[in-house]
Design a protein around this ligand. Sequence first.
Ligand SMILES: *[C@@H]1O[C@H](CO)[C@@H](O)[C@H](O)[C@H]1NC(C)=O
Ligand SMILES: [Zn+2]
Length: 436
Amino acid sequence: MEVYLLHYLLLQSGGQSGVWTVSVIILSIGTWVGRVGPRPADGELALLTSPRERLETVRQVLSEVPLIDGHNDLPWNIRNFLHNQLAEFDFDRDLRQVAPWSKSAWSQTDLVRLRQGMVGGQFWAAYVPCESQYLNAVQLTLEQVDLIKRLIEKYSQHMQFAASSREILEAHGRGRIASLIGVEGGHSLGSSLAVLRTLYQLGVRYLTLTHTCNTPWAKSSSVEDDDEDGGGLTTFGEMVVKEMNRLGMLIDLSHTARATMRDALRISKAPLIFSHSSAFAICNSSRNVPDDILKQLADNGGLVMVTFYNYFVKCGPQASVSDVAEHIYYIRNLIGVDHIGVGGDFDGINKTPRGLEDVSKYPELFAELLRSGKWNVLDLKKVAGLNLLRVLKQVERVRDDLRTAGITPLEDLPDSPDTIGNCALDINSVQRVTEV
Ligand SMILES: *[C@@H]1O[C@H](CO)[C@@H](O)[C@H](O)[C@H]1NC(C)=O
Ligand SMILES: [Zn+2]
């Protein structure tokens, strides 16, 4: 520590006179803190610690507050590689040593590395591709929800199912990874509020309103046209948002078109999230969040969980952990530290930043924030998990308030109206026949 400090001060001061006096004073403080004090909570001191000490501070932080990541696509890879047959899956092995994972650029997750990375909570994505829209999207989604639950059950020594802010803390307190389910893409609903309600009952706690396809009721960023002011959510889309408020499900705006973001921000009574998106001002991908939306998100008390895919971090194939930190600094300057989280999108990406190659590397990101000298321990805790916990609690409060106010399930539309285009039995025609 001492050697590092001296080196640092000499570099910073350019060897000017007075450096030795300053050094001695700072060294004394450093030694004192190191020997008798707690981990440095003050930004100035954090700047003067060594990389090893910064990591120690981060590890202390992540033992006190669960690091909750917004998005991981492992379940889809299990579908791809193993057809959801978990008997063949050794999640507690280092998958860098196990085929086919070892050969895939899309694999960055296993329990060994989740533990190294001190991940305390994870939203596992129940994702199914847009190609299944109007076909078997709902069935495939149910299968992914089932897969995630079976995975948690199989590795219950390490993972614990969580569906509330309280359950996240409970799992973390028991040293298990709080495992939540998020459905990525409104196409998984088959345009049915009954399906939405059932997914909630199964424990799904966020719905990303779109993936890369439009749904009949929400526009996706991937098919955004020039008509910037065009509608994002239809009347039914607004009903989906209201029903999510009533249920207590987080509304996720990653992948949605700007018009959808604006509509959802306007309609929702509860704070919203971006489960895996970064700052558009730094990398102008349509998957990232523009400044005006970030400001509205903060006004609603919501959260952007900064994502790591190189093409969203640097708009190119190369990026590093400090580039990810740049997004975090930018968002903090714009809307404050209360509205930032992390959503790595591991196992859903094939280009990861240098220094953030897999789920074992989260502490490096927090150590990088500490290195800037402008972050204290509470700031780190907020980004790691306190912000997400606050948002989820608020969503739960809105749910409880609506229940108290006597708001009942929305049934303005009949279930399975025959206008939604699903390749399916027209249930209404069957009923007419059997009634005769
Ligand atoms: C991002 O910026 C580049 C270079 O200025 C431009 O060519 C591209 O169209 C922009 N993309 C978006 C989504 O705005
Ligand atoms: Zn995604």
